[in-house]
Design a protein around this ligand. Structure first.
Ligand SMILES: [Zn+2]
Length: 318
């Protein structure tokens, strides 16, 4: 069974309804079993104590004993279902889950959340772990560093979060990631690989540049890199293409051609240097066949035009 098939089946096994009249004893057991695995493998004694009441009646069979820690999304889904199935659960878990919802509305950066993994309050630690899952690819560089550091007390939780981010972004984005464009970077989504020595590689879906996987444009059309001092927005959709404002981003993005409408020699040369130094495997081979159009209002020096001619397959003065 492929990783994706296994994952889909794991999520399908979670409940689709929490109406106690409909939920079968087998499904209730599944929720308890997930929480039992979290209680056993969560590696946070105070947090485990909060779970212990929920799993006290679980009689772990041999198969359950051999299973790993459940993924972060499975844990959270199971906790929310437990609150609905067994209302007394809410006494302990409603407030932490509410705080988690709040934290997601005002997302902190990865450094703050990683610091909260050491917080003396178990609720803050729980919320930080689950919020790092939400942050996804944006937290991957820091999590990879922790996972690589064999002396770090956070190594195990970092590996678990990398696996959880892999699973969550695979389930949500793998079927259509090639149609998605990051509005922050104008860079396409990708199956990003992460290597941690001694472990199988991780793959997560998100922007190839910034890693984030929450904001995206559904876009399969062309993208133009525009250099125009009069352009005010970061990008605009116009006549079936996205026109990205390089003077806003000041860094390269995934474009199909270039239009220099109005820009100084200095800015154009800076742009050309970035193109010349670009090592991105998706973009780099495309420049040799790419068009670069220079508008009539743009008075570039001969030297700048010569530099552009070296970078792009075709430079045309309009
Ligand atoms: Zn991005």
């Amino acid at each position: 069974m492929s990783f994706l098939a296994k994952l889909t089946s794991a999520f399908e096994q979670l409940l689709t309804t929490t109406d106690p009249a409909v939920v079968t004893a087998k499904q209730q057991r599944r929720v308890k079993n997930i929480l039992w695995r979290e209680w056993r493998h969560g590696n946070d004694p105070e947090y485990a104590q909060q779970l212990s009441g929920l799993v006290a009646d679980v009689a772990p069979h041999q198969e359950l004993r051999t299973q790993d820690r459940p993924l972060a999304l499975e844990v959270e889904t199971a906790l929310r279902q437990a609150c609905q199935l067994w209302p007394k659960t809410q006494d302990r878990w409603a407030a932490p889950l509410h705080l988690l919802d709040e934290q997601r509305r005002h997302l902190a950066g990865p450094d703050q959340l990683l610091a909260d993994l050491h917080n003396p309050d178990w609720v803050k630690r729980f919320v930080a772990r689950q919020t790092l899952l939400t942050l996804g690819g944006e937290a991957v560089p820091q999590l990879t560093r922790l996972a690589t550091d064999k002396k770090s007390p956070l190594r195990e939780v970092a590996i678990w979060l990398l696996r959880s981010i892999e699973a969550e972004t695979t389930a949500r984005l793998s079927a259509h990631f090639s149609r998605l464009l990051c509005p922050r970077c104008l860079v396409r989504f990708y199956a990003n690989q992460v290597f941690v020595p001694g472990l199988p590689e991780f793959v997560y879906y998100g922007c190839r540049a910034c890693g984030q996987g929450r904001e995206f444009l559904e876009w399969t059309g062309d993208v133009v890199a525009v250099l125009d001092e009069k352009m005010e927005t970061a990008y605009v959709e116009q006549e079936g293409v996205i026109r990205g404002n390089w003077l806003h981003y000041r860094s390269l993005f995934d474009c199909d051609w270039v239009e220099i409408i109005q820009a100084t020699d200095e800015d154009v040369e800076r742009f050309a240097v970035q193109v010349g130094n670009d090592t991105d495997p998706f973009r780099q081979p495309r420049y040799q066949d790419m068009r670069c159009l220079i508008g009539p209002a743009c008075r570039l020096s001969e030297n700048t035009v010569r530099i552009l001619s070296r970078m792009f397959g075709q430079v045309a003065l309009e």
